[in-house]
Design a protein around this ligand. Structure first.
Ligand code: ADP
Ligand code: TRP
Length: 323
């Protein structure tokens, strides 16, 4: 029996290259090596209060994009979080094992509550995330760098429960990929994010947008300074995420020789990005047209996974002394 791997992604708007390189690329690479469970975290993103009709579309689009990027429902189990209500129930049970101080320390809460207000769901969100993972006894969780703190809290929660009730939960480990933190194309000090204009390449961006965004991406004044700048390192990270080793090595050599021209690096980047995005977008558009097909895929995933969640929740309730 393979080790179990669980990961989720929020359906908060269309996905960008950071989401792919930081998270979903690993989902694809690891899907056959583990007992893999992936889901659209639609309960998580509710705190943004999107229009309901739009939200439904976003959930379906996120699902279609995950598949278009290469997650194969034959290898991995795919579902939508709200369709397995046991996650939310476990989240309530776990909340007695977390302090407000622990939640207040979460960097993402500080950032998001500054922008969106101090919504209680934003604060308690890491408890639901812990439930998402612990309910399946996941051993590994592939995520981007920004989720590591949430997973550390998940481990603390698992330990607190185990200390109280005996060995109930497995302590999961985060699994970081090569590009666990892709930076904004406008400012290499902040992460690529869909909420900052010009910062991201959207996976559904058209050719003209990709060209414009890469052209405007910040670099630095000296292509051949011996030390690689954060902006250029980021462009190299993106290049190596979407192209082959030979292309990366070619530019790496030019950089080390002192003969790298940013315009050439950017041209190659555009070319490689478009070659990556074209087939993904084609598959995405075909999938999104067949809504019933997408729903069938998650129905099957739910059928496979829900019994695990039900059994774990029952075990926890019993351990807690609930009748
Ligand atoms: P966003 O920050 O754009 O709202 P999410 O929080 O929904 O994205 O993140 C979904 C997944 O993508 C997470 O695993 C997260 O770690 C990863 N991720 C998001 N942005 C980046 C980035 N800039 N670099 C690497 N991984 C990222
Ligand atoms: N919190 C993650 C994010 O913002 C999404 C998520 C929810 C998740 N539940 C999870 C990731 C469980 C891994 C495991 O991207």
């Amino acid at each position: 029996m393979n080790k179990r791997l669980v990961s989720g992604i929020q359906p908060s708007g269309s996905l960008h290259l950071g989401n792919y390189l930081g998270a979903i690329k690993q989902w694809v690479e690891l899907q056959s090596d583990y007992d893999s469970i992936y889901f659209v975290a639609d309960y998580h993103a509710l705190s943004a209060k999107t229009d309901p009709v739009e939200y439904q579309q976003q959930v379906l689009e996120t699902l279609a994009m995950i598949i278009a990027l290469g997650v194969d429902p034959k290898n991995a189990k795919l579902f939508i979080q709200s369709q397995i209500p046991e996650h939310a129930e476990l989240s309530w049970l776990l909340s007695s094992y977390v302090s407000i101080g622990q939640l207040n320390r979460m960097t993402q809460y500080k950032e998001k509550s500054n922008r969106q207000g101090q919504n209680a769901a934003l604060l308690t969100y890491p408890i639901l995330m812990a439930a998402d993972v612990l309910i399946y006894d996941a051993e590994v969780v592939p995520v981007g760098d920004d989720q590591v703190q949430h997973l550390e809290l998940t481990r603390e929660i698992a330990r607190a429960v185990n200390n109280h009730l005996g060995q109930v939960f497995v302590e999961p480990k985060p699994l970081l990929g090569h590009s666990s933190r892709i930076m904004s194309l406008q400012d290499p000090q902040i992460k690529m994010s869909k909420s900052v204009a010009g910062s991201a390449i959207g996976l559904l961006d058209d050719e003209a947008t990709v060209i414009r965004t890469i052209k405007r991406a910040v670099t630095d004044s000296d292509p051949n300074s011996p030390k690689i700048s954060p902006a250029i390192k980021n462009l190299f990270d993106i290049l190596s995420g979407v192209s082959d080793q030979a292309t990366v090595s070619k530019f790496e050599k030019l950089r080390v020789n002192g003969s790298l021209r940013y315009s050439e690096l950017k041209e190659a980047l555009v070319e490689e990005l478009l070659a990556f995005l074209r087939p993904v977008q084609k598959t995405f558009h075909a999938l999104i047209k067949e809504e019933s097909n997408l729903l069938k895929i998650v129905e099957l995933g739910t059928e496979q996974v829900r019994p695990i969640a039900i059994a774990k929740l029952r075990e926890v309730k019993k351990a807690l002394g609930l009748l």
